[in-house]
Structures are given as structure tokens and as C-alpha cells.
Ligand binder design. Structure first.
Ligand code: SME
Length: 163
């Protein structure tokens, strides 16, 4: 049973950052992003679904994900949904109850909370980490700090596929 005690602690965040470093050390580009979403999804109980979207033109395009099911939202216009809002604003968005946020685009009926963390290069948004949690109020300022550190590590690996 998941509870507030499943929330990330500082010590756990440190351990997961270490695991992430090992997971992406030998990978480049998309394989590094795939290793990262897998490590985040399996290491933090509240991170029910983890995805990385990359900016392509005016859209966010899903590049890597880990979780129990695929999402139908593989392309989201910048400005739409919590994902599009965070990309447009260039800042992290935390939604503690998705049922109370009119911007929210539903992917999974089990989702209760969401965090979206932009991946920045030279101050511009090139992608983002999107995490859904099945637990209400799952994300704290520690998750924000931790995931912003993860986003900095992933930035060099965010290369959209040529279409
Ligand atoms: N909920 C997001 C859409 C992406 S899914 O969560 C994977 C949003 O509101 O933008």
C-alpha cells in the first residue's frame, strides 16, 4: 500500500542520482534517456509512470517512457496540458491533485498527481521529464530539486530523432 511515507527522502534521492549516473554512463542519446526513465520508475515507488518528451517544432514528442502502460498522448502541442504549460513557461509544474487542475490531460485513470520538469539548454526548453503518480500530493520540493538535477544530467542526451 502506497502512503505519504513512500515520498522521496534526501538520502534516497542521493542513491537514485548515483544509480542514474551508472545507468547513463555508458549510453548516449536515446538509450541514455531510456535507461533514465527505467531507473526513475523502478527506484521511486511514487513515480508510477515516467516519460521524457522532446521539443520538435511547436510540439512535445514522447521519446522514452517507463511504466505499466503506453500513453495516447505521444505528441502534445506546446501550451496544452500540464506538459505544454511547463514547456511554455520553462519552469517546473507540480499538480498535487490532477482532478482539480483544468489544464490536466488524462493519460491513465489511476493518476492522482503529476510533476513536469523542463530540460533546459542555454535557458531554452528542449524537452521535459513528465511523471504521473497514483498517489495524491506525491511530489514535494525535494522531488522538484532532485528532478531538476536529473534534467541537467539528461540535457546532453536529448537529441530529437530526424523525421
Ligand atoms: N498529463 C499530461 C499529459 C501526458 S500524460 O500524463 C503521460 C498533461 O496534462 O499534459
Amino acid at each position: 500500500m502506497k502512503s505519504a511515507s513512500d515520498r522521496l527522502t534526501r538520502e534516497h534521492a542521493r542513491q537514485v542520482l548515483g544509480q542514474l549516473d551508472s545507468a547513463i554512463a555508458t549510453a548516449e542519446g536515446k538509450p541514455a534517456l531510456e535507461a533514465a526513465v527505467k531507473a526513475l520508475n523502478t527506484s521511486v515507488p511514487t513515480y508510477s509512470w515516467v516519460g521524457i518528451y522532446l521539443v520538435q517544432g511547436q510540439d512535445l514528442v514522447l521519446d522514452a517512457w517507463a511504466g505499466p502502460a503506453a500513453t495516447e498522448h505521444t505528441r502534445i502541442p506546446i501550451g496544452k496540458g500540464v506538459c505544454g504549460f511547463a514547456a511554455k513557461a520553462g519552469r517546473t509544474e507540480i499538480v498535487s491533485d490532477v482532478g482539480k487542475d483544468s489544464r490536466y490531460l488524462e493519460c491513465f485513470t489511476s493518476t492522482r498527481a503529476e510533476i513536469v520538469v523542463p530540460i533546459l539548454v542555454d535557458g531554452g526548453v528542449i524537452g521535459e521529464i513528465d511523471i504521473d503518480s497514483d498517489q495524491l500530493d506525491a511530489f514535494s520540493s525535494l522531488d522538484r530539486e532532485f528532478l531538476e538535477a536529473v534534467a541537467r544530467k539528461l540535457a546532453p542526451h536529448c537529441k530529437p530523432a530526424l523525421v
